[in-house]
Design a protein around this ligand. Structure first.
Ligand code: SAM
Ligand code: SF4
Length: 339
């Protein structure tokens, strides 16, 4: 493939430069988190419609040719896709791709951490909403806390460059655990991230009362921790998290905490990413369904230049801000989008 001439680049009409691709590798999941999927009745995509590993690699090369430098594999649960270690190996070998990461629920991490690291995965985000096993089973609708904790141990031993913990904070569910989760992260060398729930798919049926803003999270945490904004590294890489430091008043290591506040402090003007669904549809904004099928282009025999041109053109319709509050907002569950 040759993309030496670069007639297209990924800059949208708000002058936002895209260098980050979130790649959903499956819509299937072994959990049913309340904020992400309904308990039952989720239609999964027929396997023939999923991008194959070779198609994922091919499209990723086109994105890298357009200036993408970072890829995060997500899902659904990426570790339930059979052969995921092979896919990591394929992507890790793409010249020009500087950063390969994965977001996972951690359920299968204990056995996969070491092979994934060896295959070239550099960084991990692991979802962890609670340290209480009963609560975990209520939120994920499946027992799993012990497996996730074993997975985190294995990930530390495997030597990932960074491991972050993602917590979706819900009032009356886990908002009383922020201090404990921060301390757990600090003690193990993880970065904690507290996420505002977003009204996407099943997440839209959470009660409005369960929403906790990032400011409320900090107020809650301030009861037990001294907080200071991380002015040096407050917003690394142009990502959505704003980082703070939290020192337990009772003593102990300082936690680094990223707050992801898509609703109360929207960060769309800094958006640097696009998403590719497991079936190959480009999604320019998390909150809106995409229309361009890169899989169909690829399967119809389009050249890399034609695919690159289609991506660059689609970026012209990237909205200036999310549409969570509008009637056009996506009905998809987050499991079909990848977060
Ligand atoms: N299965 C993997 C996991 O859970 O980490 C990856 C996919 S999951 C859709 C990606 C991220 O989206 C997770 O950190 C999850 O907590 C987050 N997420 C899912 N639904 C959400 C919602 N309604 N609001 C905010 N975050 C959500
Ligand atoms: Fe599965 Fe992740 Fe969604 Fe939970 S958040 S149901 S683990 S895709």
């Amino acid at each position: 493939m040759s993309l030496e001439r670069k007639p297209f680049s990924l800059v949208d009409l708000q002058a936002r430069e895209v260098h980050y691709l979130r790649l959903s590798v499956t819509d299937r999941c072994n959990y049913r988190c309340t904020y992400c999927m309904p308990a039952e009745g989720v239609d999964v995509v027929p396997r023939a419609e999923l991008l194959t590993f070779d198609e994922i690699e091919h499209l990723t090369r086109v994105f890298v040719g357009l200036g993408v430098r970072k890829v995060r594999m997500t899902g659904g649960e990426p570790m339930v896709r059979r052969g995921i270690t092979d896919l990591v190996g394929q992507l890790a070998r793409i010249p020009g791709l500087e950063d390969l990461a994965m977001t996972t629920n951690g359920h299968l991490l204990a056995s996969l951490a070491e092979p994934l690291r060896a295959a070239g995965l550099a960084r991990l985000n692991v979802s962890l909403d609670t340290l209480n096993p009963q609560r975990f089973a209520q939120i994920a609708r499946r027992d799993g806390l012990a497996d996730v904790l074993r997975g985190l141990d294995a990930a530390r031993a495997a030597g990932f460059a960074s491991i972050k913990l993602n917590t979706v904070v819900m009032r009356g569910v886990n908002d009383d655990e922020l201090g404990q989760l921060a301390d757990f992260a600090a003690e193990h060398g993880f970065v904690a991230r507290f996420i505002e729930s977003m009204p996407i798919g099943a997440g839209a049926s959470l009660t409005p009362e369960s929403f906790v803003s990032a400011a409320d999270m900090r107020a809650r945490l301030a009861q037990t921790h001294e907080l200071a904004q991380d002015l040096l590294h407050g917003h690394p890489g142009g990502g959505p998290a704003r980082y703070w430091l939290a020192r337990p008043r009772s003593g102990g290591p300082v936690a680094r905490i990223g707050f992801i506040s898509a609703i109360s402090e929207r960060f769309c003007q800094l958006c640097n990413r696009v998403r590719l669904s497991s079936t190959g549809t480009l999604r320019e904004c998390l909150s809106l369904a995409g229309e361009l099928s890169l899989r169909d282009l690829l399967r119809a025999g389009a050249s890399d230049e034609a695919i690159a041109a289609a991506i660059a053109t689609a970026l012209n319709t990237k909205v200036d801000g999310h549409r969570f509050d509008a009637a056009v907002a996506t009905p998809d569950n987050m499991s079909a989008i990848g977060g």
